[in-house]
Design a protein around this ligand. Structure first.
Ligand code: ADP
Ligand code: MG
Length: 582
């Protein structure tokens, strides 16, 4: 049994596997590695998946489903033939075909996969992706984020130096930007931004529009086969520009000939409306990441539309430096997924890597302003783009006089009013009946890498209650294990016992020192506390590691100095003897 990596894309899907120290993409029986994520119904023949389905997309649009990944996690229905299918079921068909292709190519059954998903996918979208895989006969050990996969592929190519990357994933219908830090063996997504309706398709539409405008035609007036032909020709002309200086589109409708010529400058002009949107997304991302353009070491371009030289040119102008295009950009995410399968199968060629994620949406509780208590607003507990695992606490007070209970209602989303967000669950806790605002509770939120949210509330009598919200169904044993892990996470790094001990040792060093050394230790203590309170996992880890090293050195110095004070003989007198010598 083998494990494969899958990039389950909006437009195209790909599969990869780890073989003899490198990633191989898996081709179908016709030698293609890009598998269109399209399903179509053929009268009398049933459902077609992949290229045959894509070929029917424009001529039989009512019987063809594509870009359904955009609606993953919803109950949207696609009617094909006599049946209706959800995005999850359609994705399952694509995954099943990929599994069969891979089994054929690798000559062995495939039962496990690492699947990539957009970093912003919420719990429902992730659990539906897992369900789709299960229907397709694939067990999914872990979903990894597409930008993390791209960063893995980047590191395979450029080595493992510490880098800050901006992953620009421009696909058929979506643009996803991610701010990613690679530090040691940790890949951390610090912020994400994206547009679910901005991709290569829009470029095709703009070209088709330009064609109509130049030839005095109106898109709406064209018969469907002519529309289909124009859309297809527009995409072909766009792709052709990857290597050619110029493309032409020539079409005949109703015995009349129409044509346009397209060069890079013209296409640049045509794409200007898209560039404005891209620029705004950049600003949004940098703002959320609290970063500047100069903080980015490399802009890594992935996704099929990153092949557009006009987009590369625009980004070079925007950022003042050349972006990195990794080989064939539409294959990079699948290659990263393949690298990860290598890590999973404990391959010797690559050492363990940790992928950390961000929370793509805000998690919060419903609260009321005293004067305007008509509608509850959402008080953010864990803000979007927080690094996972994340833990936060807030103190909430009673709203009404002599209220006996507080109901903590938990939501996910970015809307101001709580009711406009996705309701996840609630916890109730009794409180002492006292005048409004004088009695309160502490609310703790912990959200981990597996998309599990643990909420604990504590009242002033130290009575506790909690709820564990998980996107997947968990067994009782798993629930208990998670609960124990979450309890551990609830303690902020600085409060954890082992770190308190480190702090105590630092303080001892401070007390035993004088002058410049003492001042340096004071700075080390400040730096340690600040690092542990940073809320960023890798900074916490790095801080602890470096503090341990420094402390070991300080303690060694201290010992040497003591040895100099007492001479060797005197010291031996009071040193405890080894057990064997007694
Ligand atoms: P997704 O991630 O959405 O599944 P891909 O990364 O496979 O999609 O990108 C598909 C998009 O890439 C399509 O819009 C396609 O037209 C575009 N594309 C593919 N090759 C080229 C090329 N040579 N030049 C420009 N665009 C291209
Ligand atoms: Mg993609």
């Amino acid at each position: 049994m083998a494990i494969i990596g899958i990039d389950l894309g909006t437009t195209n899907s790909l599969a990869s596997h780890w073989d003899n120290g490198q990633v191989q993409l898996i081709a179908d029986e016709t030698g293609q590695v890009l598998f269109p994520s399209v399903v179509s119904y053929l009268e009398g023949e049933g459902l077609a998946v992949g290229t045959p389905a894509k070929d029917r997309q424009l001529t039989h649009s009512t019987q063809t489903a594509s870009s359904f990944k955009r609606f993953m996690g919803t109950e949207k229905n696609y009617t094909l033939g006599d049946n209706r299918y959800t995005p999850m079921q359609l994705s399952a068909m694509v995954l099943e075909r990929i599994r069969k292709n891979a089994a054929y190519a690798l000559k062995q059954p495939i039962d496990e996969a690492i699947i990539t998903v957009p970093a912003y996918f919420n719990d429902k979208q992730r659990s539906d992706t897992k369900k789709a895989a299960e229907i397709a006969g694939l067990h999914v050990e872990r979903l990894i984020n597409e930008p993390s996969a791209a960063a893995l592929a980047y590191r395979m190519h450029y080595g493992e130096q510490d880098k800050t990357l901006l992953v620009f994933d421009f696909g058929g219908g979506t643009l996803d930007l991610s701010y990613v830090e690679c530090f040691d063996n940790i890949i951390e997504i610090l912020a994400v931004a994206g547009d679910n309706y901005l991709g290569g398709d829009d470029v095709d539409w703009l070209i088709a529009e330009y064609f109509c405008q130049q030839n005095g035609l109106q898109w709406e007036m064209l018969p469907p086969p002519a529309q289909a032909a124009l859309k297809k020709a527009a995409e072909a002309a766009k792709r052709n520009l990857e290597t050619a200086p110029e493309s032409t589109i020539e079409l005949t409708f109703d015995h009349a000939d129409y044509q346009i010529r397209l060069d890079h400058d013209r296409l640049f002009q045509i794409c200007l409306p898209l560039f404005t949107k891209i620029k705004n997304l950049f600003l949004h991302l940098l703002n959320d990441a609290g970063a500047r353009v100069s903080d980015i070491d490399d802009l890594v371009m992935v996704g099929g539309s990153s092949r557009l030289t006009v987009v590369q040119r625009f980004l070079t102008e925007l950022l003042g430096k050349e972006p990195v295009v990794l080989g064939e950009p539409d294959k990079v995410v699948a290659i990263g997924a393949g690298v990860y399968t290598g890590i999973r199968s404990r391959s010797e060629e690559i050492r363990d890597l940790m992928l950390t994620d961000v929370c793509p949406f805000t998690l919060g509780v419903e609260c009321w302003h005293k004067e305007t208590s008509l509608q509850g607003y959402l008080l953010p507990m864990i803000e979007r783009n927080s690094t996972l695992p994340a833990s936060q606490c807030q103190h909430l007070v009673t709203l009404a006089d002599y209220q006996k209970e507080i109901v903590v209602r938990i939501y996910q989303g970015e809307e101001y009013y709580a009711k406009d967000n996705l309701f996840l669950g609630e916890v109730r806790i009794p409180v002492e009946p006292r005048p409004a605002g004088t009695e309160g509770i502490d609310v703790y939120f912990t959200y981990d890498l597996n998309g599990i949210l643990y909420v604990e509330v504590v009242n002033s009598q130290n009575v506790r209650n909690h709820i564990l919200l998980a996107s997947q169904s968990l067994s009782k044993a798993e629930l208990e294990r998670y609960q124990a892990q979450m309890q551990q996470l609830l303690i902020p790094p600085l409060q954890r016992e082992e770190n308190q001990q480190l702090l105590a040792r630092l303080v001892t060093q401070f007390e035993n020192s004088l002058g410049r050394r003492r001042e340096q230790i004071r700075m080390l203590i400040d730096w340690f506390v600040e690092g542990l309170q940073s809320g960023r996992q890798h900074i916490v880890r790095r801080t602890i590691e470096q503090t341990r090293q420094q402390l070991a050195q300080l303690e060694q110095w201290q010992q040497c100095e003591e040895e100099l004070l007492f001479d060797g003989e005197l010291k031996q007198d009071w040193e405890p003897e080894d057990e064997e010598n007694q």
